[in-house]
Design a binder for this molecule. Sequence first.
Ligand code: ADP
Ligand code: MG
Length: 664
Amino acid sequence: MALIELTGVGRHYRLAGIDVPALEGVDLTIEAGEFVAIMGQSGSGKSTLMNVLGCLDVPTAGHLLIDGRDAGALQPDELAALRRERFGFIFQRYHLLPHMDARANAALPAVYAGVDIKDRRERAEALLERLGLGSRMHHKPNELSGGQQQRVSIARALMNGGQIILADEPTGALDSQSGAELLALLAELHRRGHTIILVTHDAAVAAHARRIIELRDGRIVHDSGAPADHQSAAPGATERGLAGGGWWQRLRAQWREALQSALQALLGNRLRSALSMLGISIGIAAVVSIMALTGAARGSIERDVGAFMQGRILVYRGNPALPPGAVPRPFRPSEVAAVSALPGVRGVTFEREAQMTARHANRDSMVNVLGAEPQTLAMRKLKVVEGRALTDADLGTRAQVALIDDKARNSLFRAGEAVIGRTLMVAPQMQVAGAGAAVPEGVALPVTIVGVVAADGMTDFGSWLGRVFVPHTTFSQKLDLRTDADTFNVLLDNSVPPDEVLKQLTYRLRALHGEEDFGTWSADEEFRKFQQITGALSLLFAGVGAISLFVGGVGVMNIMLVSVSERTREIGIRMAVGARQADVRLQFLVEAVLLCCLGGLAGVMLSWVGSQVLNRVQTSLHVEVSWAALGVAFGVASLVGLIFGTLPARRAAALSPVDALARE
Ligand code: ADP
Ligand code: MG
């Protein structure tokens, strides 16, 4: 079976609607191990024929068989595989990738074959060594002479085996000595079993081949035929390229190359990349800022309110809006019961307080005594700074224990005096008898101080009197036997919206009291107020973010289209050495995603700086860029990159290798 067989091959170009026949009715058979020169004048169709032979171009008529397989029936990726595994191209203008050194250029075909990086470097070094470029491994093409560059391209052609070497005017750009060396090299490769197809317009060059085919106006006008002994000793027994690894290794090689070339492209156009990132940066900054701000608002509410405060409404006696002199009434049990019966209310808990006299040793002081519930401290933003808090056991046993705050401590104890374990006498009423001495009326209750509390953080709902907290059970059953409440908690069951319950409750209590001599406070209300603020801000930022991301995405798409058209020749080179369409697509997609992610990083940094500034100038909101925001930022940036990079990447992948190569 012939290595390459053409029957009736034609290749017509259409130029502005005019049919240009570059090849017409070409019948040609080339056996393995031949050294063929294709000759003809400029424009006779030599390059067109070579591109068809090398599966870079698809004929418009006739058939091309490679090893008996019809190349016309192959998919682009199968053609890429053929180029990668069987062919090695040598071009007049070398077609090396300018930003890669000699070794990387030579190794490129093995990347797409999925050869491990260490192995492909070793082989590239061995090939370059053999071609006399041992000391030029790390030179970029522009640091090499024409002859040297052409030898790098030979190394590249041999990288994956290069059973069939296709050379299009390989000496065209070389001085005569380099040209002669190159031809000697081709002859040497022919001796080693490579099939050589050499395209030239120069009869002297063609004379090195064993068979000469002459083209004129796209037709073969002369074929010297193959001499009986033209084949090398062992046709086809050429050195093999390295075997590619499994899918995993191929994937790794593919991704590494894509990342490397993307980075290279971005670094090569720093200013342009930075400018095109701008929109993405602003968009991502907006997204991250939304998250930081809403997070800060939520944190602030949680700090101020406490999660346990959700689902309840606090009703307290007194209202700043009352006319001066008016005495707010406490809540009678029947009134509390009426509230408790409202729809949406799960139950009611009391909290009571009263001014009483406290005595320690010979010191008396007016204090506010509060019947404490388990959540009282947290609700009042207090924390235990000494001793312990009240426990459920204290409440259950109506223990005679108390917590005092700093004010109570200062008024009842000497500075520095230990207070834990001391006993305090509290009396519900008092009468001033005589001058100075205050005598409690009725029975005073001794309570043991178990802890000291202080304001937790900046917020302080402190009273002007010192405070003494006793278990509410102790309070209502041993101290203050009144049945009216000063404060009560309405627990919601979520069957009715909190603001609706609040409305009903206010309405009902106002009716019962005849006036609004009470106040209410609800976490949900607080929450809603916050959400209104943060919601409006979020909406603003989301709008800015979405628009910036869209504009940024279009900018990235634009710059990527420019990048694709600038690097068309590079794409052609990669395809010629066997890159699949997916490889090319990946390369540009990765570049777009990388660009967007870098823009995203800048955006995250922007909002981080913003958050720091915000935290410096104010203290009510603590803004922080979270890891989650970072994750979302990169997610969004990658998505924008994927969406807006797809069109350029597809366009790059859809290029035909021969068109891409021809582009300057
Ligand atoms: P050679 O390599 O022998 O100089 P080519 O194969 O490059 O010749 O070109 C053969 C003919 O096809 C020429 O007339 C050329 O103008 C035409 N041709 C080559 N490439 C294209 C193309 N991409 N579009 C239109 N015409 C082309
Ligand atoms: Mg040509």
